[in-house]
Write a new protein. Sequence first.
Length: 569
Amino acid sequence: MTAAHPADLVFVNGSVLTVDPGFTVASALAVADGVVTAVGDRSEVMAHAGPGTRIVDLRGGTLLPGINDAHLHGCAFGMTRPPLSLDLTHPTVRSIADVAGAVRAAAGRTPVGEWIVGHGWDPGFLQECAADPRRLPGRRDLDPVSPHHPVLLYSASGHATWVNSAALARAGVDRHTPVPPGAVIVADEAGEPSGLLYEGAQDLVHRVLPPPSPEEKADAIRATLATLARLGVTSYTEPGLGPGGDRLMRGALGQDVLGVYRDLLARGELTARVSALLLPAGMSGGAEEFVRALEGMSVGPCADPRRFAVLGVKVFADGIPLNKTSWMHEPYVSGGHGALCVGGHTDAERTAGLEEMIRHAHAAGLQVGVHATGDRCIDTVVDAFAAAAAAHPRPDARHYVIHGDFLTARSMRELAAHGFGVNMNPTIKWTVADIEEEYVGPRRAAYEWPYRDALDAGVRVTSGSDAPVTFPDWRQGIATMMLREAKGSGRVSGPDQRIRLAEAVRTYTVDAAWQDFAESWKGSLEVGKVADLCVLGGDLRAADPHDIPRLPVVLTAVGGEIVHDELAG
């Protein structure tokens, strides 16, 4: 733009991290009509200013592309925040006794017979469990404080649910209840359900929990969008909405949420760009259910595909290491072998089911993201990606492994060779690093989320918070990728997997845009690309990595529209 058509915004007096191929650093940037129109030094960019241009003084801060969280459950995150749910995250609660206290307080203000719902408990941060790994939360911890209310408490991971006796009775779950393949109902010493349910067993109680209304789900997404704006997050992947999620997280992963997003877009309230994956089958769903449900899902064109788009489909392949439901080549240190959360019982049946789901979705022209954590499971998934591509060749499918905790060297080579990717979760690494050794041993725990090896192998790596599993703070993610330090102890876990600042930033920007098939128009600050912006009140490049999580986000813009602003006036 020129003075005849001046810029709407000009940013000066700071560092502009363009995240272009050379990671060029400029000092000024201009925006007009929602796109970047000039990048360079102050004198050349100020030539684009006019009388109505807002000049934003960065005050030595950092302007970088808007953050793209490549794995964030937007509706679920909002549903897990007060007032829709009790906050049971650490350090809000530090013990089972704290959880019981929160439930007692909720029971005192909730009409008798109504549900009490909470989210975020993590056994690694509950004092009783940390003192004795055999100590698990259960109904007996909740029954004394909630005898007249059914209680359902989601774990931070989303792969376990803690309930009381009233909830089990409401759901009709007892010692005779059949358990889905790959699911676990923990039993007490008498053989009765203890109140702890893993993986697909959660649905036995989730299905009787009254679902929130569409407007409550819209409120949850609005709350998420407000939080993300304050964090500088301008895009995210909603990883799984469909019939397979109708009973997960109070329906926050259900098929109707697709309509809620469309309604928010139509109202002009969708203040971040959202890419969605379909979820035909849940955690324990098999190939037959997956194929039938996917064929029955109809997704029409979106009014603004740059603001909301359905790109592909999600498949659950296994569980998580902390629940010993990841499918691993080697046994767990503390017992357990891991199991895939799909139908069937033998390894051959599990593999065949996964291959069929991936083959079917690939042949349908969809991007496929597969939740896979154990090394054995990841190898199986990557082999299925390659087999599907060979059977039905099509260019640039961009399938990716979700989580990829224990990505193997063999799988890295295959992913790189086929142009597939992996979505990793640094804030989960930060959260679980202190307790992971108890399950998989020091060697595997240090290797978990191998950023350095994956990048060196040529794999396209993106980063996501998996919110509500962790809070969607990309600044902590950057620090973790650079430091590999644990949340609780500060102990370094896997120093050889550290990566540099520029590499870490790319996983949250231009490479995350690649996962969205959108790197041509977002993800970097280059002329002609959308003005999705995040401004930090400090010099990101000069900051000690330990200080990065405390750098304030002072401005956020989506397509040039400012959605968070602490610099005005």
